[in-house]
Design a protein around this ligand. Structure first.
Ligand code: DHB
Length: 388
């Protein structure tokens, strides 16, 4: 098999890269280890920055999102038993779209297939080779046969545990990492939203987040131990704890819990994001803790920059944008890292912190609720920083 770009991974990064390349007249093949059903069911956050929602619509893959999503002009932050609204529209003139990541994945897969794109699911033994030279290739087994894709470039879009980053010699890569001493217990429930916009709540028992997927499907998270066993959380205990941590400001509409997971929290960046003719994008290069929901948005930013660089190369042989890919992405990645870390630190209880730190957190929350300058900084980052 041959394609101009071989892509490993059919998550948001790989699918969007393939879609953007197709629109630029560049061929690609996606190699994915999992099944289509697995990719489409993988539940992640559900918050799309304004530029990214615009890109989905402008590139012809946003029709269902426009129909089914909810557009929010702000968020609430909760502390000391009260809610305070941060109005993004007023502060920075932008909004965010609430739409599940797996819905975006479904829409992108459907669009690639409708456009004649090639996605090979259920591949095993996936390896990337030759990316240091001029003839990279991806080898794998598919349908019981050994196969390979010859390509000019490899898109390493296979996530944190994927083969692309781990195929780079350790001495050619620098890793910056931070783990957090807690996780998130996340639920999806068939119940009515408790508010019209998301609530990020600070409480002495730990952080809680209210989010939603539709007028009848809600998503909540509770700060928990990193190795928390979700089976130790019967439904009534989850609802009671959520109500407590949301500060007694709301009585929750309760309903059947249809999913219960524990998410790990990590900050991670691997530099550089380019190795010869292989380009890492999305979670294969960086992970953010979920507070602020930057993961998919960062993946989209990477592949937008990458697709422009590859298109310039095929247009006139220019390599400048390929050469600057890693630096361009990392400048924005690090700002999103800083924001995700800041929001995580602001909202969670850290076991090593003291009563001084709790007072400091409450002062910072009060500052956000009372200072337009502070609120504007949150808003600017939350709705998404510009793409260079
Ligand atoms: C969601 C997740 C987040 O981490 C966040 O900050 C906002 C929303 C979500 O799953 O809807």
């Amino acid at each position: 098999m041959r394609a101009q770009v071989g892509i490993v991974g059919a998550g948001p990064a790989g699918l969007m890269l393939s879609h953007l390349l197709h629109r630029a007249g560049i061929s690609s093949i996606i190699i994915e280890a999992r099944s289509r059903a697995y990719c489409e069911a993988r539940i992640r956050a559900g918050l799309i920055e304004q530029w990214a929602a615009d890109m989905l619509v402008e590139t012809g893959v946003g029709a269902r999102m426009k129909r089914e999503s909810m557009v929010h002009d702000g968020i609430y932050i909760g502390f000391n038993g009260a809610l305070h609204r941060i109005d993004f529209k007023k502060l920075v003139g932008k909004r965010v779209t609430i739409y599940g990541q797996q819905e975006v994945v479904k829409d992108l897969i459907a669009k690639r297939i409708a456009d004649g794109g090639q996605i090979l699911f259920d591949c095993s033994d996936v390896r990337v080779r030759g990316f240091d030279g001029k003839a990279p290739k991806i080898t794998f087994r598919h349908g019981g046969k050994a196969e390979e894709v010859d390509c000019d470039f490899i898109g390493g879009c296979d996530g944190f545990h994927g083969v692309c980053r781990s195929s780079i010699p350790a001495n050619a890569i620098s890793v910056y990492e931070r783990e957090y001493p807690f996780g998130w217990l996340g639920i999806l429930a068939e119940a009515k939203p408790v508010a019209d916009e998301l609530i990020y709540a600070y409480h002495q028992r730990g952080f809680a987040l209210f989010s939603m997927r539709s007028p009848n499907l809600v998503r909540y998270y509770l700060q928990c131990a990193p190795d928390e066993n979700p089976d130790k959380w019967p439904d009534h205990k989850i609802w009671d704890e959520l109500e407590t941590r949301l500060g007694g400001t709301k009585v929750l509409s309760r309903g059947p819990i249809v999913e219960k997971i524990v998410a790990q929290m990590r900050s991670f960046v691997a530099e550089p994001m380019r190795h010869g003719r292989m380009f890492l994008a999305g979670d294969s290069a960086h992970i953010v803790p979920p507070t602020g929901a930057k993961g998919m948005n960062l993946a989209f930013a990477d592949v937008l920059v990458l697709s422009r660089a590859i298109a310039a190369f095929y247009r006139n042989g220019a390599t400048g944008l390929l050469d600057s890919y890693s630096d361009t992405c990392l400048r924005r990645v690090w700002k999103a890292q800083r924001f995700s870390w800041w929001m995580t630190r602001l909202m969670h209880l850290f076991p090593e912190e003291t009563p001084f730190d709790r007072r400091r957190q409450l002062a910072e929350l009060d500052y956000l609720a009372s200072s337009e300058a502070a609120a504007k900084s949150l808003a600017e980052n939350y709705v998404g920083l510009p793409i260079d």
